[in-house]
Ligand binder design. Structure first.
Ligand SMILES: C[S@@+](CC[C@H](N)C(=O)[O-])C[C@H]1O[C@@H](n2cnc3c(N)ncnc32)[C@H](O)[C@@H]1O
Length: 482
């Protein structure tokens, strides 16, 4: 195990070994009034954000490789602030009293703290709630990272906050360690894990494709785990690679709240994906802020996949997103991103619904096909030939063609795709699983004549685009069957 720069002294105080600050003092503090500790925290957070490039290059690898190799992509201050808003909401911390009740009964752990953004923004959130530095002197926060330079930076900044404000954070202390080793070797009561773990591809054959999943698993299996709140790649919600991880999350006996964030037009992180040298924002990671724990173990709620223009960032990150309930036994096995109230309610009541699969046939010639990718609508196409990029639809009867056509062109199916899809692909599985209630079936049957007429006049709904030198025509039937 890597040497720890802190240890729990017999009386329970976290004591640090001496740390020499290696990071330049470029972001040194201006003099601030002793009492204005919010201003001190704001300055500390700015310096923690600004230190990213310098700190993330320090470690065992070539500096140019180190950032990617250690997954050192730090959390912007506005995202960390949003994270704590969601955390406090999930744990029903709404005033100093409930905050102190929480901190008295839990120990926070940052598994991969970097420059300490989550610690400082926690203190800021507490300060905004009205907590004084003295209120927080018994907060226990274990600040883990493998990067000694980052921990030194963090420690130095914490000492400065203490010095300027007169606070004593004796139980907030760094530990230089691989978090997976730390989680095996440490034994703390009522652990609540918070942060943004490294997103690093694991070697082939590893238990999980990405290290973040090892972190989540280590947290969920930590003997005293009382909560896990992390910023994770969106893949945690839907990827087959993490189906077992989602099962572990669901069976942890804790409440689940998830909000998800697109990467177009704006994105949470200001740089490109770790595996890309392209710093184009469109290449940045789509993320989910996952809160596991809280007072209601049965809670199951999630937001839509949120997207916002750069000009809407401040509002997005200062607002609690709209959460919608989802079922514990949601048949997709996903953490859905419910795109609308109508879809969320449909899925809550979908227990007895029949999947669209029951109207499809394996025999005969396809009656139409569905474009394999979507953006603003589900593209219906004339079936030409079997090939990649389209999903042929076969049905048992002419009547079923009208029904399936209406179902796949409906706003509800579009919302279903946005809720369970990866944001790009329309898959066979998605189509086959789409649940149809009895009332939908009878409504679609009653408008079958309209469906036939629309299909006969489909040219009026055609949209064409050039794809690899070939004109692709698809029909946008939104609103056509009303
Ligand atoms: C994505 S950054 C997050 C830093 C900080 N939590 C934030 O959000 O600003 C990941 C951090 O994980 C650290 N790290 C990478 N592998 C680790 C491991 N096995 N155990 C602990 N920390 C690790 C890196 O040094 C880096 O500071």
């Amino acid at each position: 195990m890597a040497a720890s720069t802190s240890e729990l002294a017999p009386e329970g105080r976290i004591r640090e070994a001496s740390m020499n600050v290696t990071v330049s003092a470029a972001h040194s503090f201006q003099q601030v009034a002793q009492c204005d500790w919010l201003a001190v925290l704001d300055q500390t957070i700015s310096s923690a954000e600004a230190a990213e490039m310098e700190l993330s290059r320090q470690g065992e690898n070539d500096p140019s490789e180190q950032r990617k190799a250690s997954g050192s992509f730090y959390t912007p201050a506005d995202v960390a602030s949003h994270f704590w808003d969601l955390f406090f909401r999930h744990h029903r911390i709404s005033d100093v009293r409930s905050l102190l009740a929480f901190t008295a009964s839990h120990e926070l752990v940052e598994p991969s703290a970097g420059s300490g953004m989550f610690v400082f923004s926690f203190l800021r959130k507490a300060a905004l709630l009205g907590a004084t530095p003295e209120n927080l002197n018994s907060v226990r926060f274990h600040v883990v990272d493998i990067n000694l330079a980052a921990l030194r930076f963090f420690s130095e900044r914490l000492r400065t906050v203490e010095h300027v404000t007169g606070a004593r954070f004796d139980y907030i202390g760094p530990a230089q360690s691989d978090f997976l080793e730390w989680s095996r070797a440490s034994a703390i009561p009522n652990a609540v894990f918070v942060g943004n773990p490294p997103f690093i591809a694991n070697i082939r054959g590893a238990r999980w494709r990405n290290l973040y999943a090892d972190f989540v698993e280590a947290m969920l299996t930590y003997p005293t785990c009382k909560g896990v709140s992390l910023i994770l790649p969106l893949s945690v919600c839907f990827s087959r690679d993490y189906a077992d991880l989602r099962s572990a999350i669901r069976s942890a006996g804790m409440g689940i709240s998830a909000s998800s964030y697109d990467n177009i037009p704006d994105c949470l992180f200001k740089v490109g994906k770790p595996d890309s040298t392209n710093t184009n924002r469109a290449n940045s990671q789509r993320c989910t802020i996952l809160n596991i724990g809280g007072s209601d173990p049965a809670a199951r709620e999630a937001s839509a996949l949120l997207s916002w223009p750069a000009g809407g960032r401040v509002e997005l990150l200062s607002t609690v997103p709209k959460f919608r309930a989802f079922r514990e036994d949601d048949p997709s096995g996903q953490i859905p991103r419910p795109a609308s109230d109508v879809l969320a309610n449909h899925m809550l009541e979908a227990g007895s619904a029949r999947p669209l699969r029951t109207l499809l046939s394996k025999l005969g010639r396809p009656v139409f096909s569905v474009g394999g990718v979507a953006r603003n609508y589900i593209g219906i196409r004339d079936y030409e030939a079997a090939g990649p990029g389209t999903i042929p639809i076969k049905v048992a009867s002419e009547q079923d063609r009208g029904l399936v056509l209406q179902a796949l062109s409906s706003e509800l199916f579009f919302d279903y795709w946005r809720t369970y899809g990866d944001g790009f692909h329309v898959t066979v599985e998605l189509i086959e699983r789409f649940p149809l209630s009895e009332s939908m079936v009878s409504r679609y049957r009653s408008t079958e004549a309209i469906a036939r007429r629309v299909w006969d006049h489909r040219a009026a709904y055609a949209k064409e685009k050039l794809n690899s030198g070939r004109i692709v025509r698809s029909y946008d039937f939104r609103g056509a069957f009303r």
